[in-house]
Design a protein. Structure first.
Length: 181
């Protein structure tokens, strides 16, 4: 097929298909299907993707649960003048973190090798929970409770950054997560 055919012959689906073209279409289709089925496969066997859930929830309820957890399990304060509570909840429990213009609240201290259900909710805007240097990155929407089931394996101090643009102080919306032995 040539680009300089007269108009009536330019209807592309009426043109004969070249053998090489057909081969490439089939190759591309097969590759698409392989990539598509790799997604569920990799989720189950590759352990690369998070197991997460999200459901609608009221901000007031979420704040109440967060405050209750802080009141019960606060161990110290951190963040200099900001005085952000550091909470060490029992292993295996549900833990809560609020995303809000422009902070993450509170700071969690988790035990290595133990599983936790981390609940996240935004009280105002769309924020992004990005845990560095791990490959954990999820959007945090207002009105939804996002639950990540995680088992931290390496002790250390991890950084949390917001990676959805949320206004003038977006770049200051940072925090930490401690993993201890
Ligand atoms: Cu929160 Cu950007």
């Amino acid at each position: 097929m040539s680009a300089i055919l007269p108009p009536q012959e330019r209807v592309w689906w009426k043109q004969p298909l070249d053998r090489v073209e057909l081969i490439w279409i089939v190759v591309a289709l097969i590759w698409c299907l392989i990539m598509f089925f790799m997604m569920p496969y990799w989720h189950i066997y590759g352990q690369q993707n998070l197991s997460n859930e999200a459901y609608r929830s009221k901000p007031e309820d979420f704040v109440r649960k967060t405050e209750a957890m802080i009141a019960q399990y606060k161990v110290r304060e951190d963040g200099g003048d900001l005085k952000v509570p550091v909470v060490r909840p029992p292993a295996g429990s549900d833990v809560y973190m609020v995303a809000q213009l422009w902070r993450w609240y509170p700071i969690l201290e988790l035990e290595a090798g133990k599983s936790y259900r981390i609940h996240l909710m935004s009280l105002d805007w769309l924020h992004g929970f990005s845990l560095q240097p791990e490959n954990i990155n999820i959007q945090v929407h207002p009105g939804y409770e996002h639950v990540l089931t995680v088992t931290p394996t390496n002790p250390g101090t991890y950084s949390i950054i917001c990676n959805e643009y949320c206004g003038i102080n977006h770049h200051t919306m940072v925090s930490r997560l401690y993993v201890v032995k």
